[in-house]
Design a protein around this ligand. Structure first.
Ligand SMILES: [Zn+2]
Length: 293
């Protein structure tokens, strides 16, 4: 069964076939019901509390150098345009990670692609092949190098995260070196070139905790635009009840916990769990059978 993941919310029609139409952005910004989503130069989103601070297109005065992206259209046909521009001091800008747990699914379906493509633009101002400055085309969805002629499309880095269980039904939880004290999550890692998602699950589990997994089963995916990942969720299991061996570099502690062990550790404050918008959180609740008390 595929998990219902909180950031997997495509609330806009991407209107992708319109992107290459000449003058599309000017036309869309002239429509009465178009609204603009602002992301600043460090990838922070303009919000009011935890709602998108949408600016009517007629009130949008872009500073020089603003990059616009046609994000798509709502169910009623209203366009949403991303403006990547220096921070507007009159508006609140926030890191999406800090507010996403409180956003509506509709706003998340706009905010996640907006931040993802803004992060891509920030990192692709120059051609990776020849180093020249690139130009934005296709309503913000392509950067072209006029020097060597190469088109650059937005990239996503695939990563895998896996809920690994043993023959007693216990779940593998690991403390990564970069986590705050007490935080535990599942093992995860980036897919390497030439590798399938399933192979990445097997390799990362072996590298991080020294265990071989079988029955690798896909459970869904969601974007994680920090800066540009796509997280694919899996379940897998080990044969028997082996001891995990943390690699000591990426992972400093790893253990299998029963549901009772986990509830006790969380209740005592010994373990804190991943945030509610993460894939890890959904995988954990799926294994536990509901919210951990
Ligand atoms: Zn080039």
């Amino acid at each position: 069964m595929i998990l219902d993941l909180p950031l997997a919310r495509a609330s806009l029609d991407p209107d992708a076939e319109a992107r290459t139409r000449p003058g599309l952005l000017e036309d869309v910004l002239a429509e009465a019901d178009t609204a603009v989503v602002l992301v600043d130069e460090i990838g922070h989103l303009a919000v009011r509390d935890a709602a998108l601070d949408l600016i009517p297109a007629a009130e949008h005065i872009p500073p020089p150098g603003t990059v616009h992206v046609h994000l798509g259209r709502t169910a009623s046909g209203a366009a949403r345009v991303l403006a990547i521009a220096p921070r507007d001091a009159r508006r609140d800008h926030h890191d999406l990670r800090r507010i996403m747990a409180r956003m509506t699914p509709e706003d998340l379906g706009i905010a996640v692609p907006a931040v993802a493509i803004a992060n891509w633009h920030h990192a692709h101002r120059h051609c990776p092949r020849c180093g020249r400055a690139t130009e934005v085309t296709a309503a913000g969805w392509v950067r072209v190098c006029r020097d060597c002629g190469l088109d650059h499309y937005p990239r996503t880095d695939p990563a895998v995260i896996m809920a690994v269980t043993d023959d007693d039904g216990r779940l593998l939880l690991a403390h990564a070196a970069h986590f705050p004290a007490g935080r535990y999550s599942m093992v995860a890692g980036y897919v390497e070139p030439g590798e399938s998602l399933e192979h990445a699950v097997v390799r990362e589990t072996r590298e991080e905790v020294g265990l071989d997994v079988v029955d690798v089963t896909y459970r869904g995916s969601q974007p994680w635009p920090f800066p540009r990942s796509l997280m694919a969720a899996f379940t897998a299991r080990v044969v028997g009840t082996p001891w995990p061996r943390a690699d000591g570099v990426e992972i400093t502690d790893a253990r299998f916990l029963s549901r009772a062990d986990l509830a006790t550790a969380v209740g005592a404050g010994d373990i804190t769990l991943p945030g509610p918008a993460s894939v890890a959180h959904s995988l954990l609740l799926d294994w536990y059978g509901g919210p951990v008390p």
